[in-house]
Design a protein around this ligand. Structure first.
Ligand SMILES: [Zn+2]
Length: 254
């Protein structure tokens, strides 16, 4: 795995001759409870991209460390101090701008690896607008957009949650993210601050202006207790492997 921000431009040009998969990790700066750092989504997307790229001789771009607005039912919402979010059009424009530049360099395979649920449609829009632009200039770029958690196998979720997986919506600063952080960046986890809150319960609609209704005071949407580095390793190893297999199947000459 090579990070582009540590290459010279001449080394970068040489690397592109091998037509590598180029990874763009995307995260957020968002409250993750009293026990995880606000950069958790960015950190996990980065580590995931680095792990996958390392096995596929890929390049990793600098992470987009800000994301679209936190929503109450998936990230606790915008009422927390510390959460710094972008307007959708900003994230869309950044995505489009980066793709345009990569196309100019000759990048032909891009993996946009998202670690913050709320980003997905604005990343998608940036990709769509960029593709429209590239098509008019006759430039081809294969782009994959994915949220890494979709690759975590069911048998791993069954093991980690003992058959009681609450669903990804509520997996905010909860057992999965806490375990992954304990595996990859344990020095950033405040173990003694893991809250004892139970699972959040929400209305089945979103309300604006956001008022934080239903969001536990801790900002954690499902129990994080029971998280461990061992569970984190089980999750990350299996997820990395599944992403690699999917990318190899899509780009079968890798
Ligand atoms: Zn998160």
């Amino acid at each position: 795995m090579v990070r582009t921000d540590q290459l010279t431009w001449t080394e970068y040009v040489e690397k592109l001759e091998g037509d590598p998969l180029v990874f763009l990790p995307v995260g957020a700066h968002e409250q993750h409870g009293p026990h995880l750092p606000m950069g958790t989504d960015a950190i996990l997307a980065t580590r995931m991209a680095e792990a996958v790229a390392g096995r596929l001789h890929g390049l990793v771009l600098p992470t987009l460390t800000y994301g679209y607005k936190s929503q109450a039912r998936s990230g606790g919402g915008q009422t927390f101090p510390g959460t710094i979010s972008l307007d959708g059009q900003t994230l869309t424009a950044m995505t489009q701008d980066i793709i345009r530049e990569l196309a100019r360099h000759g990048v032909r395979r891009l993996i946009v690896l998202d670690g913050h649920y709320e980003n997905q449609w604005f990343l998608t829009e940036g990709i769509e607008l960029a593709q429209r632009e590239l098509l008019t200039s006759g430039t081809q770029m294969d782009i994959v957009r994915t949220e890494y958690w979709d690759f975590c196998p069911q048998h791993v979720l069954d093991t980690v949650f003992d058959g009681n997986f609450p669903g990804y919506d509520l997996e905010h600063a909860a057992l999965i993210e806490t375990s992954m952080m304990l595996h990859w960046q344990p020095e950033l986890v405040r173990l003694d601050a893991i809250p004892q809150d139970d699972q959040a319960h929400f209305e089945i609609f979103d309300y604006y202006p956001q008022d934080g209704a239903g969001v536990p005071a801790s900002g954690v949407l499902a129990p994080a207790r029971g998280a461990s580095a061992a569970k984190g390793q089980l999750i990350t190893d299996n997820t990395v492997e599944a992403i690699i297999q999917a990318l190899q199947a899509k780009f079968c000459d890798r």
